[in-house]
Write a new protein. Structure first.
Length: 254
């Protein structure tokens, strides 16, 4: 049985005050939800404030990125150890906005993933194809390359702390979500790939969540798919009612 996982990626949004308000509202609405594992990933400067609001609730704190190393001369970077120190359980790596807008490649993402796991963080690893890649039938090879590049040398024990987020680039922030069928097909492919690389136990226990224009209106259809184990939510996670609704839908359909 895979426990559904729903995470909110706040991206470069909120202010100190609005981040606190949002966290407070979420604690009130879904802070005791037991059927779904929930995390929110605010911007770095607000981690401590949001963490303080989440304290005592079941909602975990996550970060949106990290550097592979724990310390050193890396101006502007934040280390996995610092995230743990700030109260984070989760970190997102390989988000398409960092792959495509900031030029991050699989080997760098792999180093981050290893660094995060060594610091005892749990990792949300994002993969997904662009619209051109989908149109030229390259979805599977792109996703496979990203998975292979990022998960190289990872042990089964370490994989237990990884959630894979399938986020088709064309569905992110566009309002055009993948259909439940499109998402399910890629999730099935990812599970098959995990089976081949890590064996059946890992394949059946690893959670694969969908991200890309998820909202309270389309969440049920997506989450009803057998291989869609949750959601990584961007825009809709900035609205407490919307995000709480998605979490509650996950609790009721899974
Ligand atoms: P949207 O939900 O805004 O499309 O963003 C998805 C995403 O990128 C989550 O990481």
């Amino acid at each position: 049985m895979r426990k559904p996982f729903v995470a909110g990626n706040w991206k470069m949004n909120t202010t100190a005050a609005s981040a606190e308000c949002l966290a407070e509202a979420l604690v009130q609405k879904i802070g005791h939800q037991e059927k779904v594992e929930v995390a929110v990933c605010p911007p770095f400067p607000y981690l401590f404030r949001v963490g303080a609001k989440l304290a005592g609730s079941r909602i975990a704190l996550g970060a949106q990125n990290c550097h592979p190393d724990n310390r050193g001369a890396f101006t502007g970077e934040v280390s996995p150890m610092m995230l743990v120190d700030a109260g984070c359980k989760w970190v997102i790596v390989g988000h398409s906005e960092r792959r495509h807008l900031l030029g991050e490649k699989d080997d760098f993402i792999h180093r981050k993933l290893v660094g995060a796991l060594l610091a005892n963080l749990h990792v949300i690893l994002c993969v997904g194809e662009t619209l051109d890649q989908r149109r030229s039938n390259q979805t599977e090879i792109v996703v496979e390359t990203q998975l292979a590049g990022s998960l190289e040398s990872i042990s089964s024990d370490q994989l237990a702390r990884v959630v894979i987020a399938y986020e088709p680039v064309w569905a992110i922030g566009t309002g055009q979500n993948a259909t439940p069928d499109q998402a399910e097909k890629v999730h099935q492919f990812i599970r098959g790939w995990l089976d081949g690389q890590f064996g059946e136990t890992c394949a059946t226990t690893t959670r694969i969540v969908y991200g890309g224009s998820v909202n309270s209106g389309n969440a049920a259809g997506l989450l009803q798919q057998p291989n869609v184990d949750g959601a990584l939510v961007g825009g809709a996670s900035l609205n407490a009612d919307e995000f709480a609704a998605i979490v509650n839908i996950a609790a009721s359909v899974k």
